[in-house]
Design a protein around this ligand. Structure first.
Ligand code: SF4
Ligand code: SF4
Ligand code: SF4
Length: 259
């Protein structure tokens, strides 16, 4: 029964586009979840209602995340102040190989048995606004789209953020190194053809199993593929907000079974 309702919900959502979220909501374990409660949870999160019961709001996952991907619900959050989530447009998850967030979770809200890429399932990406894709018109990535990622990069000094010039500092933290490595990759697209979503998808070992660019008319558009885990990195990096993640949804639910 639960599965049928969930499938119906996903069908409706696929038909409406991701914006259907605002109108439909979802059901877990027989309890209604309002649409704005359907958050993207950190990797390894157990089923939503169990997650809400188990998350002790300790912030341990957030403290070990080198990308500062995880944030805690504030007083406006429907699941309770301090519940961990990811807002992918602000900062996606970059799928650390050892998933320190999962290993740091003391309560079982993030399942230690899921701390490898084969078990990660946060949701699935959808191409929600294809006509806004820069690659469709072979348009270059504008400066502001790259500058935006500097705003998301917490390890920078105010001067680095303003000047977009990164200083070499002695003994940088691993967190600084990783975030700057990402920033340098993003920089390579300034003024160039956009394929950022597909090139910088962190799914490993092979991002092309999660997303690729396909020919459309005179240009290209992204195509979401079966291995997408819904980490939301492409959502953060896309200059024109083409992609969304549907939390908890599976590829089959949204795109139908292959073969
Ligand atoms: S996998 Fe890494 S980037 Fe993603 S939430 Fe966990 S610690 Fe952060
Ligand atoms: S396509 Fe890649 S970057 Fe985008 S949500 Fe899926 S796994 Fe993450
Ligand atoms: S990031 Fe991907 S979806 Fe967004 S504009 Fe670039 S190519 Fe298009």
């Amino acid at each position: 029964m639960k599965d049928n309702r969930r499938r119906d919900f996903m069908k409706k959502m696929a038909g409406l586009g991701v914006l259907g979220l605002a109108a439909v909501g979802t059901v877990y374990a027989g309890k209604a979840l309002l649409p704005d409660e359907l958050r993207l949870r950190p990797p390894g999160a157990v089923e939503e209602y169990d997650f809400l019961a188990l998350c002790v709001k300790c912030g341990q996952c957030l403290q070990v995340c080198p990308y500062d991907s995880i944030i805690l619900e504030d007083i406006d959050g429907k699941a309770g102040v301090g519940t961990a989530y990811i807002e992918p447009r602000r900062r996606g998850c970059y799928l650390c190989e050892l998933f320190p967030c999962i290993l740091a979770c003391p309560s079982g809200a993030l399942d230690h048995d899921k701390a490898d890429i084969e078990h990660i399932h946060m949701g699935v990406a959808v191409v929600a606004n294809e006509s806004a894709c820069l690659a469709l018109y072979n348009k270059p990535v504008p400066d502001w789209a790259i500058d935006r990622i500097y705003e998301h990069t917490t390890v920078l000094t105010p001067e680095e953020r303003r000047t977009k010039k990164i200083k070499d500092i002695p003994n940088p933290s691993e967190k600084r190194e990783l975030q700057i490595k990402l920033l340098k990759k993003v920089e390579q697209y300034r003024g160039k053809q956009c394929t950022m979503c597909a090139d910088l998808c962190p799914y490993f070992p092979d991002p092309s199993q999660a997303i690729g660019m396909i020919k459309k008319g005179q240009g290209y558009v992204p195509e979401i593929r079966e291995k997408c885990v819904g980490c939301g990195a492409c959502v953060e990096l896309c200059p024109t907000d083409v992609l969304k993640v549907i939390p908890r949804a599976t590829y089959d639910e949204v795109y139908g079974k292959k073969g």
